[in-house]
Design a protein around this ligand. Structure first.
Ligand code: ADP
Length: 457
């Protein structure tokens, strides 16, 4: 079912329920009021007749009957009967002798002195009237069918049903057009989205009045389009950069092999060529490893933060491993001001990724400084642990300080060093996965400090 139909249907249903409830309660109120009015009338008749007949001694019964028949109240054809103490009829306003009453009812009226009820199709009112002069009780009974009231109620019922049907018809028409009007912005967005072509994320949805929820939806959708556009662009440049980076050592290896095969070589020459190929192959493996790490760090998964990691111990391990791998590099970790509080030194994280992060920073610090030395400081506070990796290299120009975190970006002064421009983008991604930040402080000619700030969590 379309939302428009659904809204119109639900709206009509609600209005119908309210109207039916309102009409029913109004009808029952009028009915009870009409009944009460009729009971009052019968009471009135009973009391007037009793007062005239019993208190006013000299009123002629025949005359009273005539008056009774000619008053406006004949509309109701009320029967008024007066009984003496022996339950004998001492007055009846009926012309015939066929008087219908129930003796059991008379007994009940004598007991309760006042009675209201139904007998056959009639409303019955009974009351005891005390004659002071004769010191006797009289029972007065007034009964009638409220034909006028019933006809009035029937008319009201018909009018209400007609009114209800008409109101519902109007509600259906109004709710359909109202739902259509309210959903117009959604229909517009729908149209615009269906017009977006597969790869064209530049086009954006119009945000209408810029205020309501639909405008917010369009804005969010546009933001999502921009994100997709960015990540597609990044993916594109990643693939072309990666293939370019892979092609360079592969092409070098190919031409080396071709030159080697051009003529017969001595065993020493073959050894030399194989060693050079081995070097290139090592470079290639390094590059593919970095690419794999970058891809791995792209997966945005909470499960990646699997363990509580003691950062000081981890740094110690990496330092050992790093120095044995690169004997000409130096890494000095300052453990002097370290806290006793274990919690301050622990983060929730992934040891393998953290290893990659610090390994890359150590390697850059050593690679890009003439003394091949990285100095490491550990800081902490109740929320974060802060590891600073410092070098006394040539520093990074301010204009490049954000660019170097993009994949494959290498600054101009890095061309004389080996590398592919992937390391820092991996480091940035790993700190983000740990809900932290990688901050660079660098001055040209003075050196650089990379601050890894990771919350304990
Ligand atoms: P790579 O070192 O392989 O080029 P990175 O992503 O690790 O790739 O670094 C990107 C660029 O940032 C480097 O090319 C270099 O220009 C600059 N850089 C990174 N670390 C330092 C550092 N400690 N000192 C100076 N420049 C650096």
């Amino acid at each position: 079912m379309k939302i428009r139909t659904k809204i119109a249907f639900q709206f009509t249903l609600i209005v119908a329920m309210i109207l039916i409830l309102f009409s029913l309660s109004l009808f029952f109120l009028i009915r009870s009021y009409t009944k009460q009015e009729f009971t009052n009338y019968l009471k009135d008749r009973a009391e007037t007749t009793a007062a005239l007949l019993i208190s006013e001694n000299n009123v002629d019964k025949r005359l009273l009957k005539i008056i009774d028949h000619n008053t406006l109240s004949t509309l109701y054809a009320a029967e008024v009967l007066v009984f003496n103490e022996k339950n004998e009829v001492s007055y009846s306003n009926l012309n015939s002798d066929r008087i219908v009453y129930s003796p059991a009812l008379l007994e009940q009226i004598r007991k309760s002195r006042e009675y209201e009820g139904e007998y056959k199709d009639m409303k019955v009112v009974g009351l005891m009237y005390y004659d002071n002069k004769r010191e006797r009780d009289y029972l007065v009974l007034a009964q009638a069918t409220d034909t006028y009231g019933e006809a009035k109620l029937e008319n009201i019922k018909q009018a209400m049903i007609q009114g209800l049907v008409l109101a519902l018809l109007i509600t259906v028409i109004l709710s359909f057009s109202f739902a259509g009007y309210s959903l117009r912005p959604i229909a517009r967005i729908n149209r615009e989205v269906s017009q977006l072509s597969g790869n064209d994320f530049k086009k954006k949805l119009s945000t209408g009045n810029n205020k309501d929820e639909i405008a917010q939806l369009a804005k969010n959708f546009n933001q999502m389009l921009s994100r997709i556009e960015n990540s597609l662009a990044m993916q594109k440049s990643f693939v072309s950069n990666a293939s370019h980076e892979l092609r360079t050592p592969l092409a070098a290896m190919k031409s080396e092999i071709q030159i080697a095969l051009e003529k017969e070589r001595t065993p020493e020459e073959y050894k030399e060529i194989l060693e050079s190929l081995n070097q290139d192959n090592y470079q290639l493996i390094q590059l593919t490893n970095s690419l794999m790490q970058l891809a791995k760090s792209e997966q945005d998964d909470e499960k990646i933060l699997e363990k509580d990691v003691r950062v000081d111990e981890l740094l110690f391990d990496i330092q050992e491993e790093f120095i044995s791998l690169y004997p000409k590099y130096k890494v000095v970790v300052d453990y002097e001001d370290i806290t006793e509080n274990e919690e301050y030194l622990t983060v929730r994280g992934n040891p393998a990724l953290l290893r990659t992060l610090f390994h890359n920073l150590f390697e850059n610090a050593c690679k890009y400084s003439p003394d091949n030395k990285a100095e490491v400081k550990i800081g902490f506070n109740p929320t974060n642990i802060i590891v600073g990796v410092m070098d006394k290299g040539e520093g990074i120009p301010e204009s490049e300080q954000t660019k170097i975190f993009q994949p494959f970006y290498r600054s101009g002064n890095a061309s004389s060093y080996k590398g592919h421009g992937i390391g820092l983008s991996i480091c940035k991604r790993i700190t983000e996965l740990h809900k932290g930040k990688l901050v660079l402080r660098s001055k040209l000619g003075k050196g650089s400090t990379f601050l890894v700030i990771i919350p304990h969590l």
